[in-house]
Design a protein around this ligand. Structure first.
Ligand SMILES: Nc1ncnc2c1ncn2[C@@H]1O[C@H](COP(=O)(O)OP(=O)(O)O)[C@@H](O)[C@H]1O
Ligand SMILES: [Mg+2]
Length: 252
């Protein structure tokens, strides 16, 4: 059974892309067949996987508007078992052009359908907005993972995100669940980080993953080499924490 998981939070800079790239890589390392889908026009996931964007023949945009099929677009990566659907800045056009298109929230689901049973996991990196692209990601997914940055405003806006998930569940996708909340950029030396974890645990109980992702410079450096952290520095705390997150997710 394929599991399709969106990595979502409408806030920017909370660790969505870092989580999508490294979760996908770690699952592949654990011998799963994984497809990583870049669903953000900033295309940070595509860059982080070392893909030369200007050289792309087709990207998610062409796929969503129906100009290209997914088979023409799957890129192999440096990790066995991990494929990528790349994005580029063209994706900005999708929101505007689809404004009144029929079934505009189901485009991603329909695009993924021909290959979805070839993968154990499809990991979708969402944009920092509750936009039509995020709606497409939620409509296509079985579950959502919410990265939560351990800083003061972390929980602000979370209500809106949970409402959106609920609305998509009611309108388009009965089986959508929240897989869990992942604390990112955790710094065990600060009270602030611990406070965010305590607050999140109080509201969301067991929904908060036990694994916390520490603030680790290797996680920030790896994308500039076009590598997931397990290929950049597999002994770093960042690499170890994403491996244990992948294992925890497999058990959940
Ligand atoms: N655990 C971490 N430790 C250090 N830097 C991180 C960590 N997670 C993310 N970053 C850095 O923080 C910035 C924002 O992360 P990113 O994953 O791009 O967030 P988002 O996709 O939610 O906008 C990036 O520069 C990234 O490299
Ligand atoms: Mg991002």
């Amino acid at each position: 059974m394929t599991q399709i998981i969106s990595i979502a939070n409408q806030k920017g800079g909370v660790g969505k892309t870092t989580t999508a790239v490294n979760l996908a890589a770690c699952l592949a390392k654990l011998k799963k067949k994984v497809l990583l889908v870049d669903c953000d026009s900033q295309a940070n996931t595509t860059t982080a996987m070392g893909v030369d964007k200007p050289a792309l023949k087709a990207s998610l945009y062409e796929g969503l508007i129906g100009d290209a099929g997914i088979e023409d677009m799957l890129l192999p990566t440096m990790l066995q078992g991990l494929n990528l659907v790349p994005a580029n800045v063209d994706l900005i056009g999708f929101e505007v052009e689809m404004m009144s298109a029929p079934r505009r929230e189901a485009r991603l689901k329909e695009f993924l359908f021909p290959v979805s049973d070839k993968f154990d996991f499809i990991i979708i990196d969402c944009p920092p907005a509750l936009s039509l692209l995020t709606l497409n990601a939620f409509s296509a997914s079985h579950a959502v993972v919410i990265p939560l940055q351990s800083e003061f405003f972390a929980l602000e806006g979370l209500g809106q995100l949970l409402d959106t998930i609920k609305r998509v569940k009611n309108a388009f996708n009965k089986s959508l669940i929240i897989k869990g909340i992942l604390v990112t950029m955790f710094d065990r030396r600060t009270n602030l980080s611990q406070n965010v974890v305590d607050d999140a645990s109080q509201y969301f109980n067991d929904l908060v993953f036990k694994t916390k992702i520490p603030r680790n410079v290797k996680l920030a450096e790896a994308p500039s080499y076009g590598l997931p952290v397990i290929l950049y520095d597999k002994t770093s705390p960042g690499a170890k924490s994403y491996m244990s997150f992948a294992r925890e997710l497999l058990k959940r």
